[in-house]
Design a protein around this ligand. Structure first.
Ligand SMILES: NC(=O)c1ccc[n+]([C@@H]2O[C@H](COP(=O)([O-])OP(=O)(O)OC[C@H]3O[C@@H](n4cnc5c(N)ncnc54)[C@H](O)[C@@H]3O)[C@@H](O)[C@H]2O)c1
Length: 333
């Protein structure tokens, strides 16, 4: 039985990874400062055999060192996630993403532990390629536009990972996650599916940025997590970067309509111009589709769950939560 350290394990993806590893009879240690994650995500694991949790920042060096020393695998998910957060808190977010990753890589290198670094499709920037391949050139916006800071902090993490591999042969793999979705994802930082589902269930307008013709590919977290485990276990993954996600496109307007249909909500769709939704100079990508050739040839990855499956799971999780909140609000009034 191996011990898996998950940084950011109380977050959306990290908590599903913990569930999956424990379900396979492995041991899991989570470290999370609960900045964007939530104890609620891992509450059900407390007291379970093989599970341990530290509510702490991973920049606490002596603790991180000990946790990495005792782990067999390290999954590094802790980060200030998403464009909206970087726009709101650029300094703290950039420092967190770069410094935390350097600390994790340095500890993993010290003890020769396999480590998986989670990067993002954002690193492709404004590229207009039909499907992004891992070795493609990247096209970034100007440095005064804070939204590009997220992509660049994650790209710096990738450079660091590749540098450690090149200089010390650290067994490190980088995965570029495309829109990963499912239960427990919060809408607080602008993630589109939890926001639309919440708006639909509350009977509020679904707020679509721009004209809604921009497309995205959504992948169920339960398809993503086992692939992450396969990749850290695969020696041929080390020193390489892999796209991970779905390549099935849907427009944001189409997504809103599908959510209205599935929830039976009478909410209207409201289109918000980008300059109202975000500060000046915000740039959005029209499409973002991964090439999955590399990950398919390494581990045979294909997402199996559809967008309909994703929405069924998110609606099933969110409905009782919103009802509970409504009940509490009624009691308080
Ligand atoms: N969800 C997606 O679609 C997506 C897409 C691309 C990349 N990613 C990457 O996947 C990883 C996980 O993302 P997520 O969607 O689960 O987001 P999340 O915000 O739910 O998870 C991140 C977790 O890291 C924790 N954290 C942040 N800084 C920390 C620190 N210094 N010390 C300890 N804990 C810290 C947060 O509290 C949170 O629980 C991130 O690295 C993110 O950049 C996610």
């Amino acid at each position: 039985m191996a011990t898996h350290l998950i940084t950011g394990g109380a977050g959306f993806i990290g908590s599903h990874l913990a569930d999956c590893l424990l379900g396979r009879g492995e041991k899991v240690v989570v470290i999370d400062n609960l900045s964007t994650g939530s104890y609620r995500n891992i509450q059900h694991l407390e007291g379970r055999d093989g599970f341990q949790c530290y509510v702490e920042d991973i920049r606490h060096e002596s603790l991180l060192n000990e946790l990495v020393r005792h782990a067999d695998r390290v999954y590094h998910l802790a980060a200030s996630v998403g464009v909206r957060l970087i726009i709101e808190k650029p300094t703290a977010s950039l420092i967190n993403n770069i410094v935390s990753t350097e600390r994790v890589l340095s500890c993993a290198s010290r003890y020769r532990k396999p480590v998986l670094i989670t990067s993002t499709s954002e690193v492709y920037g404004k590229s207009k390629q039909a499907a992004f391949c891992e070795d493609d050139d990247r096209i970034m916006g100007a440095t005064h536009k804070a939204r590009w800071g997220y992509a660049n902090s994650k790209a710096t993490d990738e450079f660091l990972a590749m540098a450690y591999f090149q200089e010390t042969r650290l067994p490190v793999v980088v995965v570029r996650l495309f829109n990963t979705v499912g239960p427990r994802q919060t809408g607080r930082y602008g993630m589109v599916i939890p926001n639309f589902v919440c708006q639909a269930l509350r009977g509020l307008p679904l707020l679509v940025h721009g004209d809604g013709s921009q497309t995205r590919c959504f992948c169920h977290v339960k398809d993503v997590v086992p692939a992450m485990i396969d990749m850290i276990e695969h020696p041929q993954a080390y020193g390489r970067v892999f796209n991970l996600g779905s390549d099935r496109e849907v427009s944001i307007k189409g997504l809103a309509e599908q959510i209205l249909g599935k929830t039976g909500s009478q909410s209207p769709i409201r289109f918000i111009p980008y300059h109202e939704a975000y500060p000046t100079g915000f740039e959005d990508m029209q499409r973002r589709i991964p090439s999955l050739e590399r990950v398919a040839s390494l581990i045979g990855f294909r997402p199996v769950r559809t967008l309909d499956d994703i929405l069924t799971d998110v609606i099933a999780e969110m409905t009782p939560r919103l009802e509970e909140e409504r009940g509490l609000a009624e009691q308080a009034s």
